[in-house]
Design a protein. Structure first.
Length: 451
C-alpha cells in the first residue's frame, strides 16, 4: 500500500485510491503507526496522542476497537498491524509513505554537489508536500508533536533549493517559490535573504527593500531583536546597488575572475590547481566550495592558469552558451579527469586512476601541434579543432607534464578537514598548504604530509 500523509490522509493500492478508516481518530491512529513503522508504539502513548489528556471512557477498549477495524480494512491489501505486549506495530517494507520518500530525497539533495541535480532532487522532494502533515486528520497540537521535524525539513529544503537556484541564475523561480512562504514565515531570515536576493537580481530593488522593512518590523515587534548580520549586510548591498548582493563573502583563499569564483593558486602547477578547490576536499563541503560548477568557469580557469589565451577563453564561452548540452558533457569529463588525477597524485600506485588520466592525455595529444613560439623555442600548442574540449585537453596536458616529472613525488596533501589541497613542496619543510588558510583555521590539525 501507498500512504500519503503530507497533506490530507490518502491511501492507495496498486495506484487506486481506497478508503481507510471511517472515523478521523482511526485514520489518525493508523498514521501514527505508519510514522513509527518498525517501532512498537505503546497503547498509553497512542491514547495520549489521540486525546491529549481528555480520553473517552475506557480508552484502551476504544483503541482495541479502532485497531480491529483497521486490520479488517488494510489486511486485504497486505498490510499487517501486529500486537506485541502492550502496544502495536506496523512492519516496514509492507507499504510506502510520502513522508519517507520526502525525507530521503531531501537528505540526498543536501549531499549532492552538482547544483542542477541538487535542485532537481529538491523539486522532487518538495512536490510531495501537499500541505501540513495530516491536514484533514490531526489537529494543530498533534501535528506539531508528530511533524515539527518534517515542517522544519520542508522549510530548510525550500531555502536550500532557493540558494542553489540563485547560484544557477534562476531568480524568477526563487521569487515564485518563496514569496508566499516568506509571507507565512516572516522571521526566517535565511528564507527572506534568498527572496530579497532574487527580487534584487530581477530588477525589483524596491520590493526587496520593502521586504526587508517588513521583516525587520516583525522581528522587532514579535521577538524584540534586529535582523541578523547576513540580512543587514544584504540590505546595505542592495541600497548601494552592489552587483554581488546576496553572494556569500569570498574566502581569502578564493579569487574572482570574470565574475566567477576560482580557487586561489597555491599548488605550484596547473595540474594541481585543477585538482584544488578552495573549500577543500575533506570533511563537510562548504557553501560554494565547488569551483568547477559550469563550463564557463572551466574555460575561465584555463585562461587564469595560462593554459589558454583570453581570445580563446571568450570564444569557448560563446560556443558553450550556443551548445549547452555539449558543454555540460565536457564539464562532466573535466570532473572525471579531476577525480582520477587527484587520486593518482595522492597514490602513485593507483594504476586504475592513472589509466583514466592516460586516456585523457592521449586524446589531448591528438589535438596538439608542435609550433615555433615567438621567443624562438618550440612548444606544444593545442589546436583549435579541440572545440569545447580544449580546456579538458589543456588540463590533461598539464597532468601529463606533472606525472612525467620527478616533482610529482614532492606533491603534498593537506590533511586538514577544511582543506585537502595538493601542492608542491621540494623542501619538505612546509607544514601547511597555505598559511592564510590552514595556518589560521586549525593549526593543530592542519599538518600537511607527503601524499
Amino acid at each position: 500500500m501507498e500512504f500519503r500523509l503530507l497533506g490530507p490522509f490518502e491511501a492507495y493500492h496498486d495506484g487506486v485510491r481506497v478508503e481507510v478508516g471511517s472515523r478521523r481518530h482511526e485514520r489518525c491512529l493508523l498514521a501514527i503507526l505508519l510514522l513509527e513503522a518498525g517501532k512498537l508504539v505503546p497503547i498509553d502513548r497512542l491514547i495520549e496522542l489521540l486525546w491529549a489528556g481528555t480520553p473517552p471512557r475506557a480508552p484502551r477498549g476504544v483503541v482495541h476497537t479502532y485497531i480491529g477495524r483497521l486490520r479488517a480494512m488494510v489486511g486485504r491489501y497486505g498490510l499487517t498491524i501486529t500486537t506485541r505486549g502492550d502496544g502495536y506495530l506496523v512492519a516496514p517494507g509492507t507499504h510506502t509513505t510520502d513522508v519517507a520518500r520526502f525525507t530521503d530525497l531531501a537528505h540526498r539533495a543536501a549531499g549532492t554537489a552538482d547544483l542542477g541535480e541538487r535542485v532537481d532532487r529538491y523539486d522532487q522532494a518538495l512536490a510531495l508536500w501537499r500541505g501540513p502533515l495530516l491536514a484533514d486528520t490531526a489537529d494543530e497540537r498533534l501535528r506539531q508533536r508528530l511533524g515539527a521535524d518534517l515542517t522544519e525539513l520542508w522549510l530548510s529544503s525550500s531555502e536550500l533549493r532557493a540558494e542553489a537556484q540563485l547560484e544557477l541564475g534562476r531568480y524568477d523561480a526563487v521569487v515564485t517559490g518563496l514569496t508566499a512562504l516568506a509571507d507565512q514565515n516572516p522571521t526566517r531570515e535565511r528564507l527572506v535573504t534568498a527572496l530579497m536576493t532574487a527580487l534584487y537580481r530581477t530588477g525589483r530593488q524596491a520590493e526587496a527593500l520593502r521586504r526587508y522593512q517588513a521583516t525587520r518590523q516583525t522581528l522587532v515587534r514579535d521577538l524584540g531583536v534586529e535582523p541578523g548580520p547576513d540580512l543587514q549586510r544584504l540590505h546595505a548591498q542592495i541600497l548601494r546597488n552592489d552587483p554581488h548582493a546576496g553572494e556569500p563573502p569570498l574566502p581569502v583563499y578564493a579569487v574572482r575572475v570574470r565574475d566567477h569564483v576560482l580557487p586561489w593558486p597555491v599548488g605550484g602547477h596547473p595540474a594541481l590547481e585543477f585538482c584544488n578547490t578552495y573549500a577543500g576536499w575533506g570533511g563537510p563541503r562548504l557553501p560554494r566550495g565547488e569551483w568547477l560548477r559550469s563550463y564557463t568557469a572551466l574555460a575561465i580557469w584555463a585562461g587564469h592558469v595560462d593554459l589558454a589565451d583570453e581570445p580563446t577563453v571568450t570564444r569557448l564561452i560563446r560556443q558553450g552558451e550556443a551548445k549547452p548540452d555539449e558543454a555540460a558533457a565536457v564539464l562532466d569529463e573535466a570532473r572525471l579527469l579531476r577525480e582520477h588525477l587527484y587520486a593518482c597524485l595522492l597514490n602513485p600506485d593507483d594504476r586504475r586512476s592513472f589509466s583514466v588520466v592516460a586516456r585523457f592525455v592521449e586524446a589531448a595529444a591528438k589535438h596538439s601541434a608542435f609550433v615555433l613560439d615567438g621567443d624562438g623555442l618550440g612548444r606544444w600548442r593545442l589546436a583549435r579543432n579541440g572545440g569545447l574540449r580544449l580546456p579538458v585537453h589543456a588540463a590533461a596536458r598539464a597532468a601529463a607534464d606533472l606525472l612525467a616529472d620527478p616533482r610529482r613525488f614532492t606533491v603534498r596533501a593537506c590533511r586538514s578537514e577544511h582543506c585537502g589541497w595538493l601542492f608542491l613542496d621540494q623542501s619538505g619543510l612546509r607544514k601547511y598548504c597555505s598559511l592564510v588558510t590552514c595556518g589560521k583555521i586549525a593549526p593543530a590539525q592542519a599538518v600537511c604530509v607527503p601524499a
